[in-house]
Design a protein around this ligand. Structure first.
Ligand code: ACK
Length: 323
């Protein structure tokens, strides 16, 4: 029946399928607030085939947001309906009916954003000398399968970090196969769930690519400049290859345990620097292999960048080497 229905019919069917009654949702604490959105922890009664209450995350707008922000949240909802992958945040339901704000209910990721998780591990595991304790090419860092820091409090191993990168690449390979472009891939938008499982999240800026593989962004909105590919900064061109550029920046965030990219560089200057060939240098904690991957992701010509499938393969090999 789905094949014969029109797009709008299947959309409304989809909405009915996802609708969750507001009175079965107990909103608890705020997990985080963005520029215009808010994420709350909640308990949901009998959601998604679960018996009793389960902990979920609820995305909503903060208040008097503009239409474009409402559109972003709705577009995120519509994207999430289409996807199903272990490394992509799972939609559980939504409250879309009048009589209350739009709520998007997704699975709860107990460790929060990858960025905050990495930074937390930095202070508990790296009390000694922070990430700078590692010298360039320090063989200990990438040949040791034990703790990164030899203090017993260190939780993250080199293998965990490569595994994060590998899982992100797998989720992104799936999204690019689905012709979905994320457009805001960054450690702040990646979540970490039980068992150190990465969940790609924050599809607010993502778009379907209907024609070819390029999405041309026509309206102005939030722009994550330091994660953006040259062609996105230059011509508002977004493709899976511009997501690959952002993935390179995420790799940099991972190896620096959540540092902010291009420290000290003003947003207005970044484009000219990149255009002139400047790229972030190799962090002290970064192996040559991972840095090579970053540089590939930041090649000026999008066609010369690896695909997410290539990246999965490369990271898979690194994982096997470190096993
Ligand atoms: O690092 P955090 O605590 O984890 O701060 C951010 C904040 O909300 C804004 O995005 C947290 N967050 C977002 N989505 C979820 C989720 N599905 N499960 C748990 N925490 C979430 C994120």
């Amino acid at each position: 029946a789905n094949e014969t229905s029109t797009g709008s019919e299947s959309k409304s069917l989809g909405d009915a399928q996802w609708e969750f009654p507001r009175d079965k949702l107990i909103i608890e604490e705020t997990l985080g607030e963005g520029e215009f959105g808010r994420v709350m922890r909640a308990q949901a009664w009998n959601i998604n085939g679960q018996n009793g209450y389960s902990t979920v995350a609820v995305k909503m707008l903060k208040g008097e947001e503009s239409l474009s922000e409402q559109r972003d949240l709705l577009s995120e909802f519509n994207m999430l309906k289409e996807v199903s992958h272990p490394n992509v945040i799972k939609l559980l339901g939504a409250c879309t009916q009048k009589g209350g704000p739009l709520y998007i209910i997704v699975e709860y990721a107990e460790f929060g954003s990858l960025r905050s998780y990495l930074r937390k591990n930095r202070s508990s595991g790296f009390e000694c000398n922070d990430v700078n304790m590692f010298q360039v090419g320090n063989p200990m860092y990438f040949s040791d399968s034990g703790d990164i820091c030899h203090r017993s409090s260190a939780k993250l191993t080199k293998r965990d970090l490569v595994s994060f990168a590998w899982q992100i690449a797998k989720g992104m390979a799936y999204l690019s196969d689905m012709k979905l472009i994320h457009r805001d891939l960054a450690a702040r938008n990646l979540l970490l769930a039980e068992g150190n499982v990465i969940k790609i999240s924050d599809f607010g800026l993502s778009r379907d690519v209907y024609e070819g593989d390029t999405y041309l962004k026509k309206t102005k909105g939030r722009v994550p400049v330091k994660w953006m590919a040259l062609e996105s900064l230059e011509d508002h061109i977004y493709t899976s290859k511009s997501d690959v550029w952002s993935f390179g920046v995420v790799l940099w965030e991972i190896v620096t345990l959540g540092a902010s990219p291009y420290p000290g560089v003003q947003l207005e200057r970044l484009y000219h620097l990149l255009k002139a060939g400047y790229r972030m240098e190799q962090p002290d904690t970064c192996s040559d292999k991972l840095y090579d991957i970053m540089l590939m992701c930041w090649r000026e010509n999008p066609y010369n960048r690896p695909s997410f499938k290539d990246l999965v393969h490369r990271l898979d090999m690194m994982l096997q080497e470190s096993a």
